[in-house]
Design a protein. Structure first.
Length: 274
C-alpha cells in the first residue's frame, strides 16, 4: 500500500527531475529573446531581432540544410540495413550468429572519438575526399544499431502464430508481409527512424573527424560558442531546434501505438479469399 508520504515523495522527485532536465532548456530559449548581446539574468529586454538575423545568416542556413540531408540519408540507410540485419539474426541460426550480433552493437558502445578517428584513418588510407557522403557513412555506423535494436526487440515480442495463421488461411508472402508483418514492425521502424535522425542531427564528435571543411549545424554552434561572437544567433538556433522537435515527438506518439496487428491478420485472411 502506498502511503501519502510515499506519494508526496515520488511527486517531489518527479518535479525535481523534470526541473533538472528542462530549466536549462527554458533558460536558453529565453535568452533567444534577449535584446542584449550579453547573456545575463534577468534579460535586459525582449526582441525578435535575432530571429531575423539567424534566418538570414548564410552559414547557419547552409549548416542546417546539411544536417537535415545527412540525417535523412543516414536514417534511410539505417532503416534498410538495420531491418535486414535484425530479420537475419532473428530468423536464421548460423555459425557466428552471436559474434555478428555483437559486432552490430559494438559501434554504439564505442566512444565516438574512437569511431571518428578510425573512419578518418580509413578515408585517408583509401584516398576518399571528405564530403557529405563521408559524414553519412560516419553517422550510419551508429544509426544502424538504433534501428537494429528496435526491430529485433519488436520481432522477439511478436507472436509467430499471427504469421502462421495468415499463411494457413491462404495469404501469400506479400499479403502476409503487408497485413501482418508490416503493421507489427511499423511502430518499431518509426521509433528507430526518429531516434536515428535525432542522433545524426546532433552528432558532433564523429562529424568532426568525417566532415572535413564542412559544417553541420552542431559544428556551427560549437564554433560560434568557441568564438563567443554570435551567442544571440546560437540561442535562436537552439530555440528553433527545440521547438521543432515537438513535431516528430507528436507524430511518434500517434504512430508508435501497438495497434492494427490483429486487424492486419484478419485483413490478410480476407485478402487471400477468392
Amino acid at each position: 500500500m502506498e502511503t501519502p508520504r510515499t506519494r508526496i515523495g515520488l511527486g517531489v522527485a518527479t518535479v525535481a527531475v523534470i526541473a533538472f532536465l528542462w530549466l536549462p532548456l527554458l533558460l536558453i530559449m529565453t535568452y533567444a529573446f534577449n535584446s542584449s548581446t550579453i547573456q545575463s539574468w534577468p534579460i535586459s529586454g525582449f526582441t525578435f531581432h535575432w530571429f531575423h538575423e539567424a534566418w538570414h545568416d548564410p552559414e547557419a542556413r547552409s549548416s542546417l540544410w546539411l544536417s537535415i540531408k545527412v540525417g535523412l540519408v543516414a536514417t534511410a540507410i539505417a532503416l534498410v540495413l538495420g531491418t535486414a540485419a535484425a530479420a537475419a539474426i532473428y530468423r536464421f541460426r548460423f555459425f557466428g550468429r552471436e559474434a555478428v550480433s555483437f559486432l552490430l552493437l559494438l559501434p554504439i558502445a564505442l566512444p565516438g572519438i574512437i569511431t571518428g578517428m578510425s573512419l578518418n584513418s580509413a578515408f585517408n588510407f583509401a584516398s576518399v575526399r571528405f564530403s557529405i557522403w563521408t559524414i553519412v557513412v560516419g553517422h550510419a555506423t551508429f544509426c544502424v544499431v538504433i534501428v537494429y535494436n528496435n526491430v529485433l526487440a519488436r520481432l522477439r515480442r511478436t507472436q509467430t502464430s499471427l504469421v502462421e495463421a495468415s499463411m494457413d488461411l491462404g495469404a501469400d508472402g506479400w499479403q502476409t508481409f503487408r497485413w501482418v508483418t508490416w503493421p507489427m514492425l511499423s511502430t518499431a521502424l518509426v521509433a528507430g527512424g526518429l531516434l536515428a535522425f535525432a542522433l545524426s542531427f546532433d552528432e558532433v564528435i564523429v562529424t568532426t573527424f568525417t566532415a572535413g571543411a564542412q559544417n553541420t549545424l552542431p559544428l556551427w554552434i560549437l564554433g560560434a560558442i568557441r568564438l563567443g561572437q554570435q551567442l544571440p544567433l546560437v540561442n535562436v538556433v537552439v530555440f528553433a531546434v527545440l521547438a521543432l522537435t515537438v513535431i516528430p515527438v507528436i507524430v511518434a506518439q500517434r504512430l508508435t501505438r501497438d495497434t492494427g496487428v490483429r486487424r492486419g491478420a484478419v485483413a490478410a485472411a480476407a485478402a487471400a479469399q477468392p
